[in-house]
Design a binder for this molecule. Structure first.
Ligand code: DC
Length: 246
């Protein structure tokens, strides 16, 4: 992985799906590192599209549970992943709305339970494979900010800017707690810390696409950085990598 500010050799190579023209920023990292928040703000400031890949895993797990699938039914979840009927939308005020098979599930997929279920289906190779083409299809002009665990390693290996955003486990648990409380959801800090540790362990130790920085990712530790400071850092790196957007 590159040190902060170090340039990488990513020239105009074709992306894994053959596109050469769309600028892509990948933001990977563990649960609660602030990836989602940062990716959303950066995408909005640049006027680019945004891929929240974690939402796709959450949706697959939710659809599986709703259909009564056993949590370890890989074939069943893979089928769902391939045919997922989902619409991402946003209110004029930026509030996200996600529709699964015509039913709004925006709040349901954001619970810790949905996150843990997502982490379990995300360990299934055929589920990951089933979501690959759908994720790559988000690479549309004028650009894409993709948030997840394997955006820079597997889904968009030729992205020109790869960020690996991290923070201490304690800080991540605190942020998650605040996020849930702000949404009016119940939360317990000690339980959240344990859940985050378990999710980190599962996401980092799985055989396929484990959570790890791409070799050419820039690691940003946001433990003692404000959201604004992280956004500024990513935009500064983006301006250097994508000069036409300056
Ligand atoms: O980012 P998130 O908390 O919404 O992700 C939920 C789970 O989905 C996470 O525990 C791991 C999995 N995930 C993944 O394996 N690969 C991704 N690109 C995104 C999420």
């Amino acid at each position: 992985m590159g040190a902060e500010g170090q340039s990488t050799s990513n020239g105009p190579q074709p992306t894994a799906n053959g596109r050469q023209d769309v600028p892509i920023i990948t933001i990977d990292g563990p649960s609660g590192s602030g990836k989602g928040t940062i990716a959303r703000i950066v995408a909005s400031k640049l006027g680019w599209h945004m891929l929240d890949s974690g939402a796709l895993y959450r949706l697959v797990a939710l659809a599986g549970a709703d259909r009564g699938l056993a949590p370890d039914d890989e074939a069943g979840h893979a089928q769902i992943a391939k045919a997922l009927d989902v619409v991402f939308d946003a209110e004029p005020d930026g509030e996200e709305r996600i529709w699964l098979e015509g039913v709004e599930v925006s709040a349901r997929i954001r619970t810790e339970e949905a996150g843990a279920a997502a982490s379990r289906v995300a360990a299934m190779p055929s589920v990951r494979e089933g979501l690959l083409a759908r994720q790559r299809a988000f690479a549309q002009p004028p650009g894409l900010v993709a948030d997840g665990r394997d955006m820079g390693t597997i889904v968009f290996p030729h992205a020109r800017l790869k960020i690996f955003l991290t923070a201490s486990p304690e800080e991540r648990a605190r942020r998650r707690y605040k996020q849930l409380k702000d949404k009016g959801l119940s939360a317990n800090l000690a339980a959240l810390s344990l859940e985050i540790a378990e999710r980190d362990r599962r996401d980092a130790s799985r055989a396929v696409a484990p959570l790890k920085p791409a070799d050419d990712a820039i690691v940003v530790d946001s433990t003692s950085m404000s959201i604004d400071a992280v956004v500024a850092r990513v935009l500064e790196l983006a301006a250097a990598r994508f000069p036409v957007n300056r």
